[in-house]
Design a protein around this ligand. Structure first.
Ligand code: SAM
Ligand code: SF4
Length: 331
């Protein structure tokens, strides 16, 4: 099998595979999904854990060095630790991480860590339980906080917290979340709201730009930029001048970082997306179920990556939102 790395026409090399293990979720965040009526994927369309592990093995052979599990909410898929163990067995010590809303970490953090999960990002957009209920449309704030503590007890470190700020909901929480992160040892990352919600309710004026978030935090706790160690990392990081940890912004809309993107995404139903905002998907489920050899899977992947989009078009008048939302793509 040709083991040369996965490169595209822009000279970028794919190193990071995001795997959505399910499109389902136990929350309904307003920036992600409608309150009701989500069209879930049929169960038979989901890749089995064996199919996911096979695809991941081919990717690792082609130079992928990190895998992140996401969704939907990855922890709602049955036996998730089994998948973690299968992936870890492919390459013990693999940089294996997960993005989760944290609700099920009280039950699963230890088992996931034991199975080989190395890092977790937990999403939390507010410190106010009532607001949490408004944003996530479920009254489950306390479970996220308990989940964060469970992750810490299980030995995950550092724990990153993802926050999306929206006008009219939680735009005033940059400083409170930053302060809470400093005081509790969580590295908070503010993600700009992207036009990837299922219900297409995104409007530019509703997103809180990274520059505004940083200005507010800097006024409360002076910041200095950190030297970039990994240019392909989506977060721009800042250190608090008093030495009390770091904070980051993921400015996908106002400061796109597509030129350094090293990611591809495998959806829960086995489609490869070479960009979050891609309008095209490559069907690996049918290829694998139709008997494609590893060599053939690798060739299909190499061809897909070669055509990886140079960058997203959010800031162009020609932007067209993909049919699938973030939860189905795998954020
Ligand atoms: N359910 C898990 C969670 O919420 O962490 C994992 C999947 S979720 C799609 C992954 C991340 O994407 C979360 O941090 C979430 O806040 C973020 N997200 C969801 N929709 C988004 C959007 N339209 N723009 C920016 N970030 C979004
Ligand atoms: Fe679920 Fe995550 Fe989307 Fe919230 S952001 S609805 S937790 S998938």
């Amino acid at each position: 099998m040709d083991l040369s790395p996965l490169i595209d026409t822009q000279g970028r090399t794919v190193r990071d595979l995001r795997i959505s293990v399910t499109d389902r979720c136990n929350l309904r965040c307003v920036y992600c999904m409608p309150a009701e009526g989500m069209p879930w994927l049929p169960k038979d369309d989901l890749l089995t854990y064996e199919e996911i592990a096979r695809f991941a093995r081919v990717c690792l052979d082609l130079g992928v060095t990190g895998i992140r599990l996401t969704g939907g909410e990855p922890t709602v898929r049955a036996d998730l630790p089994k998948l973690v163990a299968m992936l870890n067995a492919l390459r013990p010590g693999l940089d294996l991480s997960m993005t989760t809303n944290g609700l099920k970490l009280t039950l699963m953090a230890e088992e996931l860590r034991g199975a080989g999960l190395r890092r977790v990002n937990v999403s939390l957009d507010t410190l106010d339980p009532k607001r949490f209920h408004q944003i996530a449309r479920r009254d489950r704030f306390n479970e996220v906080i308990a989940g964060l503590e469970a992750a810490r007890r299980a030995g995950f470190a550092p724990i990153k917290v993802n926050a999306v700020l929206m006008r009219g909901f939680n735009e005033d929480e940059a400083v409170p979340l930053a302060r809470w992160g400093r005081e509790n040892g969580f590295e908070v990352r503010f993600i700009e709201w992207m036009p990837l919600d299922f219900q297409h309710s995104w409007e530019r004026w509703k997103l809180v730009p990274a520059a505004e978030i940083l200005e507010q935090i800097d006024a409360a706790f002076p910041l200095e930029p950190m030297r970039v160690s990994d240019p392909s990392a989506p977060a721009t990081l800042y250190r608090y001048k008093d030495g009390n940890s770091t904070v980051g912004v993921i400015a996908s809309v106002t400061r796109p970082f597509c030129g350094h993107c090293d990611r591809i995404r495998l959806t829960a139903d086995g489609q490869i997306r070479t960009c979050l905002f891609a309008l095209k998907e490559y069907d690996f489920r049918n290829a694998m179920r139709g008997g494609a050899s590893d060599q053939e899977v690798a060739e299909l992947l190499r061809a897909a990556v070669w055509r990886k989009e140079p960058g997203h078009l959010i800031n162009s008048p020609f932007y067209k939102q993909p049919k699938r939302g973030m939860s189905a793509i795998g954020g």
